[in-house]
Design a protein around this ligand. Structure first.
Ligand SMILES: *Cc1c(COP(=O)(O)O)cnc(C)c1O
Length: 302
């Protein structure tokens, strides 16, 4: 097995709040130094099963944007396992500029080949997947964000005896795989809240196909849209790190935690609630975000 069950315990840290409830964060970002958070678990069975069945000439192909945590994670898996990997990257303009993007530099250093496609071509990635699967019959083709049914099984590993105690389980939502796994495998009495980092009206339907349960609620926390960064959120992220020693990133976890704080303030959670937020990782994205912020003469994430 190239991806192993972690030998270290994943800590659950308390975030003190001055309300009559308890807030905790599970540091799934610490699961692996290069393969971050939920992406580790979404890849776990996809990669391990594939390599068990295709030991000869394995090849991985996947999709993502220029700052994608999933691209970073898959490239690291490729490097770790010594498997060639291809990343289909959205944005043809990056062809000559990828060296300015820390995520893509990381992917290249891991040996990932990058193929840049136009936004138009990227939109038809299902068609592209079909074509690639014919061309490379043995290849493992992982969809954008790593979300599929096998990924959902891996997310189960984020839950354990310790997470059973909580009334609310919170996670950021991108393509919906992570929340689907939490919804599918959590306890009967637990409520799941998904903080949408992207305004995508088809998410409910996507998640509905991956979990049989209706125990989840989706809340918009896209704050200005997917990948958009507000100064207020940067301030929140910097304060959060200073106060609790936990780094967040500006695409998913920073937006989720800011929204959770707001909801606590507004009395969304009943008294004595125990709330658990999953830190899904993605800290590799901070460097790229800071480069953009620097160009715009704005405050940086520290
Ligand atoms: C990809 C990602 C998510 C979203 O997970 P989905 O399974 O795509 O919904 C959340 N947080 C971080 C840090 C991520 O990298």
């Amino acid at each position: 097995m190239i991806l192993q069950f972690p030998t270290q315990k994943i800590p659950i840290q308390e975030i003190p709040v001055d309300k009559k409830l308890k807030l905790f964060i599970k540091r799934e970002d610490l699961v692996h130094p290069q393969i971050s958070g939920n992406k580790y678990w979404k890849l776990f069975f996809n990669i391990n099963n594939y390599l068990a069945q295709n030991p000869v000439k394995p090849y991985i192909i996947t999709f993502g944007g220029a700052f994608s945590n999933h691209i970073a994670a898959v490239s690291a898996v490729g490097n770790l396992a010594g498997i060639p990997a291809l990343g289909i990257i959205r944005g043809e303009e990056l062809k000559d500029k990828w060296r300015e993007n820390p995520t893509l530099v990381f992917a290249r250093k891991n040996g990932m080949n990058l193929q840049f496609v136009t936004r138009e071509e990227y939109r038809y990635k299902e068609k592209l997947t079909e074509f690639l699967q014919k061309e490379f019959q043995n290849a493992l083709i992982i969809p954008e964000g790593g979300t599929n049914e096998v990924a959902v099984e891996g997310v189960k590993m984020m839950l354990n005896n310790e997470t059973k105690d909580f009334d609310y389980l919170c996670t950021a939502v991108g393509t919906g795989g992570t929340i689907s796994g939490i919804s599918k495998f959590c306890e009967e009495n637990q409520k799941v809240i998904g903080f949408k980092a992207v305004m995508d009206n088809s998410l409910e339907e996507t998640i509905g196909k991956l979990t049989p349960r209706k125990n989840f609620n989706l809340i918009d926390s896209s704050i200005g849209g997917y990948g958009k960064i507000k100064d207020e959120n940067i301030r929140f992220i910097n304060d959060f790190k200073m106060n609790y020693g936990i780094p967040l990133e500006p695409i998913y976890t920073g937006k989720m935690m800011q929204k959770v704080f707001e909801m606590i303030e507004e009395g969304y959670f009943p008294e004595n609630s125990k709330i658990l937020c999953f830190h899904t990782g993605g800290l590799q994205g901070i460097e790229g975000a800071n480069l953009l912020l620097e160009k715009q003469n704005r405050n940086l994430i520290r």
